[in-house]
Ligand binder design. Structure first.
Ligand code: APR
Length: 282
């Protein structure tokens, strides 16, 4: 994962909160293939904090270099394992919000009518899209509930490991916990997520890029657009003249390059949008 490279595009349409921007109202029913890129803000209303919120973002209280980087793992695997167990438990305890469920309804509609194909590409390592009824095309940064050996790469049956039993997850301020050992090579077990300094899972980024390069509408929800290569995906669509829409309560690194900006939270905006689309396709 790397850092930002925003660009500017004049003439975007900006909405006021709660109102569906007129441009989106016109564009969305015509789309046949929508790429939806989501980030931490998508799950914020489910109770999972974002990373970069100035008051309660996770990186306000924790140093990502210590916890989600290759160097952090090498320096202190016990700290990294304990933090990921805490985050895994948090994700497991949260429920999909109205935004996740609306995307699920939209995707189901696509299976049964002339509604568009919806590709969900997420940076989130939770499974709230899936529990909200969507199939995820690409988990760009991995999946917190999958474990693998840090040395031999063997994917481990998550249920076989006592420390991943929710009952034994640590509290938020848990001290360091030694990761379990791989039964094949003896290496440390880690969560199968992408840390700073690591490449994204090849299949996931390939699928995401194909989607961004073939969609006819892109919707970017709840990401600050500060981590690449994910933040570069909207540009693949925009460079082909495909409209790109941002749903986010605040300005982001990507806002200047958007065609339509909807200043709203995901759990309010998406049910409103999908209700209109369901009506349209009825
Ligand atoms: N609805 C939509 N967006 C929201 C909401 C909401 N209810 N609440 C907050 N947001 C927005 C914020 O305004 C911000 O732009 O979500 C965004 C979250 O940004 P980040 O915390 O930077 O999260 P994200 O973009 O997903 O981070 C990318 O960084 O640390 C890594 O691997 C981690 O996948 C993550 C990556």
């Amino acid at each position: 994962m790397d850092s930002p490279n925003p660009r500017s595009r004049p003439g975007r349409i900006e909405s006021t909160p709660t109102e569906i921007p007129e441009e989106l109202f016109d564009l969305a029913p015509l789309a046949s293939h929508v790429c939806v890129l989501t980030g931490a803000g998508m799950s914020a209303e489910s109770g999972i904090p974002t990373f970069r919120d100035p008051t309660h973002g996770l990186w306000e209280n924790y140093n990502p270099e210590d916890l989600v980087s290759v160097q952090g793992w090498q320096a202190d695997p016990h700290l990294v394992w304990a933090w990921h167990l805490w985050f895994q438990r948090l994700c497991a305890s949260c429920e999909p919000n109205a935004g996740h469920r609306a995307l699920g309804r939209w995707a189901r509609l696509a299976n049964t009518s002339a509604a568009p194909k919806i590709d969900i590409v997420t940076q989130n390592i939770d499974d709230l899209h899936e529990r909200g009824g969507s199939e995820v095309l690409a988990h760009l940064h991995g999946d917190i509930s999958t474990l693998r050996c840090a040395d031999c790469g063997l994917v481990t049956d998550k249920h076989a490991l006592a420390p991943t039993n929710p009952a034994s997850f640590p509290a938020e301020d848990a001290p360091r916990i030694p990761p379990p050992r791989c039964t094949t090579c003896g290496g440390y077990i880690r969560h199968s997520v992408t840390w700073f300094g690591e490449a994204l899972p090849t299949e996931a980024i390939d699928r995401a890029m194909t989607s961004a390069m073939t969609c006819d509408l892109m919707i970017v929800i709840g990401t600050s657009g500060s981590v690449y290569p994910a933040a570069g995906l909207p540009r693949l669509a925009a460079d082909r003249g495909v409209p790109v829409v941002e749903i986010n309560p605040r300005d982001t690194e990507l806002t200047a390059s958007m065609d339509v900006v909807w200043r709203e939270g995901a759990a309010v905006a998406l049910p409103a949008l999908v209700a209109v689309l369901i009506d349209h396709h009825r």
